[in-house]
Design a protein around this ligand. Structure first.
Ligand code: FAD
Length: 448
């Protein structure tokens, strides 16, 4: 590596090694490009180090603790004297998961001959980037550049916690107020309540998760009540006096320090980088992916956009154009949704046909001791094309995949019912949800 102001010519330069950046790096390398990946922190970005993975690890640990509670076990005929947990050991386990995944990404980068440069980068002009880091100050001239710098937490008062900070508290508080109306607020509330923290969920807006099928939200609310989480709607977050307070708010694109103006890369009013469906910016040599666009703030989207950018800059004609973006709340019960709700489909002008199948009628759910949940299917009444689906219950996010595939492929309700589903399995609830829309589910009374 050249130190000083000598310019090093590189093929594909990627700024940021979160899911968007590392996916772009690996995919570009697979396509024969020589990739230099710049990152000041650990690989994996927000998702792996501070967001999705730590939160899911904590959800899992807290679920195991709650599920081995004495009353929970008693229903299976099992008795236990005491069940307890050690918060610092739980944190250490969570950190172990993060490190395993981060090392795995590092190995994949090395295996794909991606050069990782530790440092922070910004543009010098339309074709060059400066990187400052452990190798000093470096100057790169790129053939193509992908910006994948993610997003940062919004500005909050100093005594207010972000969800990332709440995930690594040294000690568990006795009580906490969590403000927000998204999956992060609900998941954090779930994990902490299961560990015995008294949680108040302060929801801005009149309805919890207004975009989600109302009957599915009601199931989630039943779960929140069981966990003794107090939900208060219509809250003005800025007026909340309660402490400790965690505020889950929209993140802001991390683009301020990139000097995008000198690179000829246009941004919107919030600083989100403007791209077309092929992830191209206003500079023909520069692409942008992930949270720095300021649109979805989901790792699932970031990973896909990273791959699309790598393919486009390698000469393939592909687009980022999903019909639906799955939404998941890994609460208790878990909720996952894709596509239109019945209400949204009607608003969009469809005559709708809906199906519903409760987990209480699914054999596998009962053997799991998890009957709080249901599958909701929405279809266009005329062609019976699947328009949307919502799953509430164990592993809802995994079960949603077949409904997402059905929507993307323009499958009909009959398509969903023609394949064989393993038995006994939770996936049979998806089958019977579709069958119920066709008024022919076996394990539930169908509406006439
Ligand atoms: C608590 C929490 C839970 C979440 N849970 C989920 C979930 O369950 N599912 C889901 O899909 N999403 C989830 N997310 C969102 C997800 O983490 C982000 O959408 C995802 O990480 C975005 O990926 P990215 O690569 O665009 O950005 P990031 O992951 O933020 O990565 C950006 C990287 O760029 C680096 N960088 C910044 N500036 C520069 C620079 N100038 N030069 C070089 N590098 C730079 C940063 O250090 C960082 O590593 C969660 C987020 C949070 C906070």
């Amino acid at each position: 590596m050249v130190v000083g102001d000598v310019t090093t010519a590189v093929d594909v330069l990627i700024l940021g090694a979160g899911p968007a950046g590392y996916a772009a790096a690996i995919r570009a390398a697979q396509l024969g490009r020589k990739v230099t990946l710049v990152e000041p922190g650990p690989v994996g970005g927000t998702c792996l180090n501070r967001g999705c993975i730590p939160l899911k690890a904590l959800l899992e640990a807290s679920e195991r603790y709650a599920r081995t509670g004495i009353e929970e076990l008693a229903q299976f005929g099992i008795s236990a004297e005491t069940v307890s947990f050690d918060w610092s050991k739980m944190q250490a386990w969570k950190q172990g998961v993060i490190e395993r995944l981060s090392n795995g990404v590092r190995r994949l980068l090395t295996g794909n001959q991606v050069e990782l440069v530790q440092g922070i980068g910004w543009f010098l002009n339309e074709k060059e980037v400066r990187v400052e880091g452990e190798h000093g100050s470096l100057r790169f001239a790129f053939e193509h550049c992908v910006i994948a710098t993610g997003a940062g937490a919004p500005l909050l008062p100093t005594d207010v916690l972000t969800p990332e900070q709440a995930l690594k508290l040294d000690t568990l508080p006795e009580q906490v107020t969590i403000a927000g109306n998204d999956y992060i607020a609900l998941e954090l509330a779930t994990a902490l309540a299961r560990l015995g923290v008294t949680v108040e969920l302060a929801v801005p807006g009149e309805r919890l998760l207004p975009e989600v099928e109302p009957a599915a939200v009601r199931l989630l609310q039943t779960g929140l009540r069981k966990l003794k989480i107090r939900v208060k709607t219509g809250v003005v977050v800025e007026q909340l006096k309660a402490r400790p307070l965690v505020v889950c708010k929209e993140v802001r694109p991390a683009t301020a320090g990139l000097r995008l103006d000198v690179a000829g890369v246009q941004v919107d009013e919030q600083g989100g980088i403007k791209v077309d469906s092929m992830m191209r910016t206003s500079n023909p040599a520069v692409y942008a992916v992930g949270d720095c666009l300021g649109s979805h703030a989901l790792a699932a989207v970031a990973l896909k956009q990273g791959k699309v950018a790598a393919e486009v800059l390698s000469g393939m004609r592909v687009q980022f154009a999903p019909m639906v973006v799955p939404q998941v709340v890994q609460g208790w019960p878990e909720l996952a949704a894709a596509g239109l709700t019945a209400e949204a489909a009607t608003r969009a002008g469809y005559q709708v046909k809906t199906g519903r199948f409760p987990l209480a009628a699914n054999g596998r759910a009962l053997t799991l001791g998890a009957d709080l949940g249901a599958v909701f299917v929405v279809a266009d009444a005329e062609h019976e094309t699947v328009l949307g689906g919502t799953v509430v219950g164990p592993r809802a996010a995994d079960l949603l995949a077949s409904l997402t595939l059905a929507i993307e492929m323009g499958a009909t309700l009959t398509d969903l019912t023609e394949i064989l589903y393993a038995h006994p399995a939770l996936s049979e609830a998806v089958l019977e949800g579709a069958e119920n829309a066709l008024a022919r589910a076996i394990h539930v009374l169908n509406k006439p």
